[in-house]
Design a protein around this ligand. Structure first.
Ligand SMILES: *Cc1c(COP(=O)(O)O)cnc(C)c1O
Length: 389
């Protein structure tokens, strides 16, 4: 029985050839020629004032908050249903993450919840394009503009997605991307900060390199320039090896996303009418990057048992993402009931660009059978819907 992994990167000969070039180029560390070229390509792609290539999206979020001047005690409203990187970043700078509940249909942050949480100490909002689906930026922008707050788009999962015809990564003045192995395009680990403000980009680039200018650039200056350290920075640079891989991957966004779209369309067709789950909803004004494919199981279904059945048959699966407010690290009593509900009932099934049509069929069929086998009959007269397996 061949196994069908939950996630799989699409890295091949083109990426290997790009890496080989960097090996013989004389510069493998960060902020070299490959990193600069990648930054230019990213800035062009997103029509941005600046793009900074960094080691991961968590670093990009940290640098974004530093560039925006978030200070200890400041409150930042963060989407609750997500990998907890945004709330962690708020904590890195001594801020207080305030968790906003999400829409039940999309899992993206609920603008009304955001509006209700704005208070005297609020300085900004981090919205998340949940597993690749853009949030409601028109409504969010209206709220942040009204209150003079910053708005950051965490587009970690959303490269290639669109909202009202615009690219995810350009939906807020500052956006953060991830190139982790589980995202749509990858260099193993990697990230980028995209911003409309060149000053923010310069600030972030400096802080990503211990607080000094590119050492590659310094080495080309005639004479003996000696960098002066005036601010504490971090080492968040992306290596030129990773940048070279990403240049190739960036050119493949369309091709890889088409393949993920085909898998998503296959699931939607094959799982249609299955009463024990709800399929992902994509509002008509946006497109999904399908970083993950999350189905919401009916309350009568034992999710752990379904997952065990899938795994026993070689099919990778996982929970959806996290309800951040429930994570002990944040020590909060804030309620986010919709997020908590999605956290309890969503299931991620295999989604990547290497899935074949046959594999999609096998996943859908196995899932239907597992749902029937692991659902408590409800007390209503309807009973379980037959004919599925
Ligand atoms: C994966 C992810 C991150 C973290 O990305 P890294 O590159 O691993 O730091 C941040 N935010 C969201 C929404 C993510 O899904």
């Amino acid at each position: 029985m061949d196994t069908i992994p939950l996630v799989q990167a699409s890295l091949g000969d083109q990426e290997l050839a790009a890496v080989a070039e960097v090996f013989s180029s004389g510069w493998q560390a960060g902020q070299g020629p490959r990193g600069k070229a990648l930054e230019q390509e990213l800035a062009a792609r997103y029509g941005a004032g600046g793009a900074v290539a960094v080691s991961n999206c968590g670093a990009a979020l940290h640098l974004a908050l530093l560039a925006l001047g978030v200070e200890p005690g400041d409150e930042v409203i963060v989407a609750d249903y997500t990998f907890p990187a945004p709330a962690h970043a708020v904590r890195y700078v001594g801020g207080v993450p305030v968790f906003a509940d999400v829409r039940a249909d999309t899992g993206t942050v609920d603008p009304q919840a955001v509006a209700g949480l704005v208070g005297p100490r609020t300085v900004g909002v981090i919205a998340v394009d949940t597993v690749g689906l853009p949030a409601d930026y028109a409504e969010l922008k209206a709220i942040t503009d009204r209150h003079g707050l910053f708005l950051i788009e965490d587009a970690a999962c959303a490269v290639g997605a669109t909202y009202q015809g615009r690219e995810a990564g350009a939906l807020a003045p500052v956006a953060c991307l991830s190139f982790h192995g589980r995202k749509g395009i990858t260099s193993g680990e990697g990230g980028a900060l995209i911003t409309t403000d060149p000053a923010h980009a310069a600030h972030a680039r400096l802080r990503s390199s211990f607080g000094i200018e590119s050492i590659f650039d310094q080495a080309r200056v005639v004479g003996l320039p000696i960098s002066v350290f005036t601010d504490i920075g971090y080492n968040y640079k992306l290596s030129d090896i990773a940048a070279a891989i990403l240049q190739v991957q960036l050119a493949r966004v369309g091709e890889l996303l088409d393949r993920r779209r085909a898998a998503a369309a296959g699931y939607a067709e094959l799982l249609a009418g299955e009463e024990l789950l709800t399929l992902p909803h994509v509002p008509p004004d946006r497109t999904h990057a399908w970083q993950s494919y999350l189905v919401t199981l009916a309350p009568s279904v034992d999710r752990a048992a379904v997952a065990a059945d899938l795994r026993a048959q070689g099919i990778g699966c996982g929970h959806g993402t996290w309800a951040c407010h429930l994570q002990p690290v944040y020590d909060t009593t804030q309620p986010c009931p919709v997020s908590a509900d999605l956290f309890a009932h969503q299931l991620a099934i295999p989604m990547h660009a290497e899935l074949t049509g046959n594999q999609v069929e096998r996943v859908a069929e196995t899932l239907r059978t597992a749902l029937q086998a692991n659902s408590q009959p409800t007390t209503s007269t309807a009973g379980t819907q037959g004919g599925a397996a």
